[in-house]
Design a protein around this ligand. Structure first.
Ligand code: NG6
Ligand code: CA
Length: 540
């Protein structure tokens, strides 16, 4: 307890907030500082110590490809997500929260670094053997919280690269730099995605359960070893997981993947057990750190392809594997909530649940997701989906709960984004950041805590074409080369050779293009977008 008291003093001295954002952060920062004093006072009289007085833990659960319409508290009716519904009932549900990119790597890069991904080349969807794209020692969401005294952990999907271009990742040796070099104290990750090799977990600096006599080789260029591929041996594949596009390289557990691998048999995951494995790791991290403030980034494999639910969930929804893995994801959320309940940490923990990008139905395997969709709309009433510049590409479910601090059952229309987490939590924890750190991240902590309905004014989104949100107005830049519909996923990309302008307040479905009718408004918004793009920003 002494530790808290002395840290509180340091925060008071250094506790100015970033870049003239004092007004917005004052309430949260004061709460944060007061909680230190409350704890230090309570520490002198231990009977007064209550969990609600401690520094709040932060648990960020990020689903993969979960759509705005895939959750029952966002309107889904063919699928039930009781645990996310519980969070919405006990906390704040955002209706206009975004990932800043419509695919995984750029979205997560932005959330970690506070930098728009289009400012940095090489932040597109990464292969499983790519180098780390976040420079070690740069300011990141976990490094901010670590500096604030939190123990930081990541469990689940990483997809931000490992190793360096000069020293590519060695799966049989020490794997670094990676999560531990960008601010995490503890890490148990899927290196890239479930559909990419290597199909193993990496725990801190090493592949978990690797037998040194069976070393791993990975290649994204050519076949390695003599294990069969889906292309050569489709008869070896699980029936519901035949590839529809790509995904026809090395077969692991009867599922062919993107990329080639050999070796590492004892370390390979079993797809049916991924959710169980990482959920129990996430809960263990909470349990092990229950005495001190912690930040857990729990990035699930669900609901990405290949969709392979545990037998407990298989066939439990009317929508086939895609529905079943939504139920499985919701179960993972529930396990985390129950762990917090059991450890009496619920009141002292901020829980955030969101998704890295919008939904996709056919993402490479013939798993009957399309036939079994029925009336379900993965993007709700939004247009587009994963990869798209239309709203369903980036507008995602976003729930925040902090019992007693955030009013229960409220809805917020504030425009907020995952990229805002670094600046918001820096302000919340009274951190002073270097002037050039997290340049595109805005402090929206008051909106996140439900104290204000005011989020950010502008937000640049990276789907198939670049777009700008300015309040409820939206433009999508013309794109002469892109297709209007993705050949593989059959998702409307939002690409058009003509400028697009929508007023989402009255046209959420982006059907009524106003650009030609209102050229001045188009020009004005385009000017705002250009200014943001041309802003001089340090990109480490
Ligand atoms: C695409 C894959 C898709 C998925 C996506 C990444 C093909 C044809 N498609 O390249 O299946 O893996 O990358 O998804 O290979 S994300 O959510 O991690 O961005
Ligand atoms: Ca994703």
């Amino acid at each position: 307890m002494k530790r808290y008291a002395s840290e509180a003093k340091i925060f008071l001295i250094t506790g100015s907030v970033k870049k003239g954002e004092k007004m917005k952060t004052t309430v949260a920062a004061i709460y944060f500082l007061c909680s230190f004093f409350a704890v230090s006072l309570a520490a002198e009289n231990p009977s007064e110590t209550s969990s609600s007085l401690k520094r709040p833990n932060i648990v960020l659960i990020l689903a993969d490809d979960l759509g705005y319409g895939d959750v029952s508290c966002y309107g889904a009716t063919r699928i039930h997500t009781p645990n996310m519904d519980r969070l919405a009932a006990e906390g704040l549900r955002f209706t206009d929260a975004h990932a800043v990119a419509a695919t995984c790597t750029p979205s997560r890069f932005a959330m970690m670094s506070g930098i728009y991904p289009w400012r940095k080349p090489g932040t597109g969807i990464l292969p499983g053997d790519a180098a780390l794209i976040i420079p070690p020692q740069s300011t990141t969401l976990p490094s901010i919280l670590k500096n604030a005294g939190y123990t930081t952990g990541v469990v689940g999907k990483w997809h931000l690269g490992l190793g360096t271009p000069e020293s590519p990742v060695n799966w049989n040796g020490e794997i670094k730099p990676g999560p531990l070099e960008v601010g995490f104290d503890d890490s148990f990750i899927i290196p890239a995605t479930g559909d990419r090799v290597p199909c193993v977990f990496v725990e801190n600096h090493h592949v978990a359960n690797l037998d040194p006599n069976d070393p791993i080789t990975v290649s994204y260029k050519e076949k390695v070893g003599d294990e069969p591929t889906g292309r050569e041996h489709p008869e070896l594949l699980k029936e519901a997981l035949l590839p529809s596009h790509g995904h026809d390289m090395t077969i692991v557990n009867g599922i062919s993947r993107i990329g080639y691998m050999t070796g590492g048999k004892s370390a390979r995951w079993i797809d049916e057990n991924i959710a169980d494995t990482i959920t129990s790791k996430a809960c263990r991290f909470i349990e092990e750190n229950k005495e001190k403030p912690f930040f857990l980034y729990f990035a699930t494999h669900d609901i990405h392809v290949p969709r392979v639910p545990h037998p407990r969930f298989a066939g439990k929804t009317p929508m086939g594997p895609r529905g079943d893995v939504i139920a499985e994801f919701d179960w993972s959320v529930g396990e985390v909530l129950q762990t917090l309940d059991r450890l009496q940490l619920t009141d002292n923990t901020i829980v955030i649940v969101s998704s890295d990008n919008g939904p996709v139905v056919n993402d490479g395997y013939l798993d009957h997701a399309i036939d079994l969709l029925g009336s379900h709309k993965p993007g709700g009433s939004l247009r587009g989906g994963k990869g798209s510049a239309f709203e369903a590409g980036t507008r995602v479910p976003f729930l925040v709960r902090w019992p007693g601090k955030i009013k229960a059952g409220e809805v917020s229309e504030a425009l907020v984004a995952l990229i805002d987490l670094p600046a918001s939590f820096a302000a919340f924890t009274g951190q002073t950041l270097p002037e050039d750190a997290v340049p595109d991240s805005e402090n929206v902590i008051s909106a996140l805590l439900g104290e204000s309905q005011q989020g950010r004014a502008d937000l640049v989104l990276a789907g198939a074409s670049m777009s700008l949100r300015h309040g409820t107005q939206k433009i999508i830049l013309p794109n002469k080369n892109g297709r209007a519909v993705s050949v593989n996923t059959v998702i409307e990309t939002g690409n058009s050779p003509r400028p697009q302008l929508y007023e989402l307040q009255t046209d959420l479905g982006e059907r009524n293009n106003l650009a030609e009718k209102e050229p001045e408004r188009w020009e004005e918004l385009q000017g705002i977008l250009q200014n943001i793009r041309q802003k001089k920003v340090a990109v480490p």
